[in-house]
Design a protein around this ligand. Structure first.
Ligand code: SAH
Ligand code: SF4
Length: 369
């Protein structure tokens, strides 16, 4: 079987090339062709010796993911659905803005955390994506967008690991993908422009800070353990005190001097003034240093059978005002791409007869493309 070179960060590709009897600088050249230029055909890699190209053709390939569907939103957002085999699909979303282009990438098929308000969580866990499957989303989107726009320069300026799955529960595959995004010979994105979003896998937050410190977003959603245990079941394992300490520790390594807290606004569940005041107390406790943070309020995006509703715009504004008045920078996330079910929490893919980690049959959800 051929080796898919998308599976390697630069260190990995160097090791692979050395094992093939090739020099280190060949790995750099190859890596640049793949990630910098978006080339998948060895024949086009003009500065590699013909003999090496022939050798590569026999032993390696550069394989992206098969596209199941593509949807273009009226606001310019694009959603691709990719087939990852055995009835599983993942989704990737491109969000253009005037000053940047953000790609929202998936890290798993399904998710084992099972947050009550999330469509990915409702479908259960299928499997971790490989490094190649994670980076292929960026490789493919960047190459496609450049071709469509007829440009050579970079189209995607920011990456957020906010698609399907919990990135810190797929740590081994995630880190080489992040390193490829950051590498000057790869996508050359700055650490501040690559964000990992987590529901709070505390031990892995610590490791990320040491191995590959990028911007961190933490999905908070509740100011108390009692409520967070219900909304984000991982909280039972890693409760708020531990989570907030992990956030403080991460700041020693982080490329930004704050943590972003995401907070999904659920009507009547977590959106009252009492919740807002409790959040202020949580991140600005009277007996300790304030935790440097920003809040990003995400109006809940409904999906079929969730049984939950979105907080009213007035409620979201009033909630934001309490945080802002306490001196916490608070933004309300604009919903993008909801006409193509590409907004936060609406990514579900097409899932059939999935069995979750515990061997139970998970719920079957079919979202039609
Ligand atoms: N698993 C990671 C990253 C993917 S989810 C995490 O939970 O952080 C990306 C963001 O979308 C998270 O903040 C998540 O809580 C939020 N989200 C999930 N479902 C949502 C929904 N239905 N409406 C709005 N935001 C949602
Ligand atoms: Fe998983 Fe994140 Fe969805 Fe929770 S919000 S179920 S952690 S993808």
């Amino acid at each position: 079987m051929k080796t898919n070179l998308l599976d390697f960060d630069l260190d990995g590709l160097v090791a692979w090339c050395l094992a093939q009897g090739e020099k280190k600088f060949r790995a750099v050249q190859l890596f640049r062709w793949i990630h910098h230029k978006g080339v998948s055909d060895f024949a086009q890699m003009s500065d590699l010796a013909q003999s090496l190209r022939t050798k590569l053709q026999a032993s390696a390939d550069i394989v992206s993911l098969p596209v199941v569907s593509r949807h273009d939103s009226a606001d310019g957002t694009i959603k691709w659905m990719f087939d990852v085999g055995q009835g599983n699909a993942i989704e990737t979303v491109f969000i253009p803005e005037t000053d940047r282009g953000t790609l929202c990438i998936s890290s798993q098929a399904g998710c084992a955390v099972g947050c009550t308000f999330c469509s990915t969580g409702a479908q259960g866990f299928s499997r971790n994506l490989t490094t190649a499957e994670i980076i292929a989303q960026l490789w493919f989107a960047e190459r496609t967008l450049r071709q469509e726009r007829g440009v050579d320069e970079r189209v995607i300026s920011n990456v957020v690991m906010m698609g399907m799955g919990e990135p810190l529960q797929n740590y081994a595959a995630l880190v080489p993908a992040l390193k490829t995004m950051l590498d000057d010979h790869g996508y050359g994105l700055s650490r501040r422009r690559v964000t990992v979003s987590t529901s709070g896998v505390v031990p892995m937050m610590e490791r990320l800070g040491l191995d590959c410190p990028v911007a961190l977003a933490v999905s908070l959603h509740a100011p108390s353990d009692a409520l967070r245990d219900v909304l984000v079941p991982l909280n039972i394992k890693y409760p708020l005190t531990e989570l907030l300490q992990a956030c403080r520790d991460y700041l020693d390594h982080a490329p930004r001097d704050f943590i972003t807290f995401e907070y999904c606004m659920l009507d009547g569940v977590n959106d009252t003034d009492i919740h807002a005041n409790a959040l202020v107390e949580l991140v600005r406790p009277r007996n300790a240093e304030p935790l440097p943070c920003k809040f990003n309020l995400i109006p809940f995006n409904p999906y079929p059978a969730s049984g939950l509703t979105r907080s009213s715009p007035e409620r979201v504004k009033a909630f934001a005002a309490i945080l802002s008045e306490a001196g916490i920078v608070t933004t309300i996330r604009k919903t993008r791409g909801d006409d193509i079910a590409a907004a936060c929490g609406q990514l579900a893919g097409e899932v059939q007869d999935r069995t979750d980690v515990s061997g139970r049959r998970a719920k079957t959800i079919r979202i039609h493309a």
